[in-house]
Design a protein. Structure first.
Length: 367
């Protein structure tokens, strides 16, 4: 790295309270996807108790020529409930990248802040002995690799690597573009049991500082803290979340139907809700790992890339798509996405039309 860690006054070492808050906040920002962070949180906690340091550094701490890799899980979050990781999948993928390039990686950054993929870089960083950058490639969770800002804004899709719990490692030395990387990686992830660790190509520090969504680990930690404190102080956690993140409450209701299936390596489906205040008011959420489209009484009110979050109506705890069940009482909240996801180039990749909604025009949620 360009500077010794000790003189980065804005860097910090993760502690267990921050970890707990981060897990809750990351599940909120995950918009239902990224996998439930609980098991990942337990793995990180165990590493902390073993004496491992996990350093979180600001974007500005990177030197322009430092090499940074984004890591995360790939597959369908619903599989992670039953198929436990070995715990070093992302680390093995990272080592494969270093072996392929002959270069040492300086730091890690989350591929996405959402859910369990906020935990994977922390685990890998502890195993590799390198810091984690306070940011990510999505500012939320998305279901496909090409939806990271790093690829949207032109970074090479090679070399990348994928690894599973059996010790299999596949390196992508040459792929035509980010869409082919997603296609090949998704196929292999399905063959690996629809859950694997993934390491993206090394990126220079100057590129990361320009195109990463900044300070999302801090944002997630602050969100989790505000939920915890609201519950401890008997305040309304939904109000606290709105104040902290500029969220907008869209719907309060009971889940009346959940249809979800594993298709092409994704958990896809639809959730139906009935209002707690007026049973004639209805809502639907389309999902593809993440919450994509919210319709209230048949009208689209929020769509990707803005964030659609399902929360426990009483505690404010986030509910990921794989654990949604009939009868749950939930609040649906929306957050505006980062400006890097609202450009013309980004909307071609992460807007509603990129998910097959030809009749839905993206209407930005007000900040």
């Amino acid at each position: 790295m360009s500077k010794p860690w000790g003189i980065w006054t804005a860097s910090r070492k993760l502690d267990e309270q921050q970890l707990d808050d981060l897990a809750v906040g990351a599940a909120i920002l995950g918009t239902g996807g990224g996998g439930n962070p609980y098991i990942g949180k337990l793995r990180v906690r165990e590493l902390l108790r073993q004496g491992k340091d996990i350093e979180i550094i600001p974007l500005e701490a990177l030197g322009d020529d430092d090499l940074v890799v984004s890591v995360g899980g790939i597959g369908a979050p619903v599989v992670g409930i039953e198929k436990l990781e070995r715990g070093d999948e992302c680390f093995q993928a990272l080592k494969a990248i270093e072996q392929e390039t002959g270069k040492t990686i300086s730091a890690l950054i989350p591929a996405e802040i959402g859910g369990s993929n906020s935990m994977e870089p922390l685990i890998t960083a502890a195993q590799a002995g390198i810091p984690v950058v306070d940011g990510d490639g999505m500012g939320r969770a998305f279901p496909e690799i090409q939806m990271m800002t790093f690829f949207i804004y032109g970074h090479s899709p090679q070399p990348a690597a994928i690894a599973d719990e059996k010790g299999n490692v596949v390196v992508f030395r040459k792929v035509q573009d980010m869409y082919w990387l997603e296609r090949f990686a998704r196929t292999i992830a399905v063959d690996m049991g629809a859950a694997a660790g993934f390491a993206n190509p090394p990126m220079r520090g100057d590129f990361i500082k320009r195109y990463a969504i900044p300070e999302t680990l801090t944002q997630a930690t602050n969100l989790g803290r505000c939920v915890r404190l609201a519950n401890e102080e008997n305040r309304n956690p939904l109000d606290a979340i709105q104040t902290e993140a500029g969220g907008q409450l869209q719907f309060r209701g009971k889940i009346t139907d959940v249809r979800r299936e594993l298709k092409g390596g994704f958990a896809v489906g639809r959730v139906k809700l009935e209002s707690l205040e007026n049973p004639n008011d209805l809502a639907e959420i389309d999902i593809q790992n993440e919450n994509l489209i919210l319709r209230c009484n048949g009208t689209v009110t929020v769509s990707v890339p803005d964030l659609i979050i399902v929360l426990n109506v009483d505690s404010g705890e986030p509910i990921t798509t794989e654990v949604l069940r009939y009868g749950m009482r939930v609040a649906v909240m929306a957050f505006p996405c980062h400006r890097l996801l609202r450009t013309e180039a980004a909307l071609k990749v992460v807007g509603p039309k990129a998910f097959g909604y030809a009749d839905v025009n993206y209407q930005p949620l007000a900040n």
